[in-house]
Write a protein that binds this ligand. Structure first.
Ligand SMILES: [Zn+2]
Length: 84
């Protein structure tokens, strides 16, 4: 078992940052409709399910922020207590 991969069909955990830096890849992943990491559904604006989104690192969350705000994310998709 590859510890870096939650799901064989998903991307390695370490690749998530490169996806977050690439709007095109991220959009394609979102259109596919399954979580980048674990392939669960549904996904949010950065193609992650709620479970994986909750496990983002600070760096990943910072990279994700523009996508979420640009898309008019609902309040419950944002981390509590992390105002600008
Ligand atoms: Zn997931």
């Amino acid at each position: 078992m590859d510890w870096n991969r939650l799901n064989r069909a998903g991307i390695p955990r370490g690749d998530l940052v490169s996806y977050l830096k690439s709007p095109v890849r991220l959009r394609l992943a979102r259109q596919r409709g399954s979580c980048l990491l674990c392939c669960a559904r549904p996904v949010n604006e950065i193609a992650l399910c709620a479970g994986c989104f909750a496990c983002l690192t600070d760096e990943e969350r910072r990279l994700a922020e523009p996508y979420l705000t640009a898309a008019g994310a609902t309040e419950d998709q944002r981390a509590p207590g992390r105002g600008a």
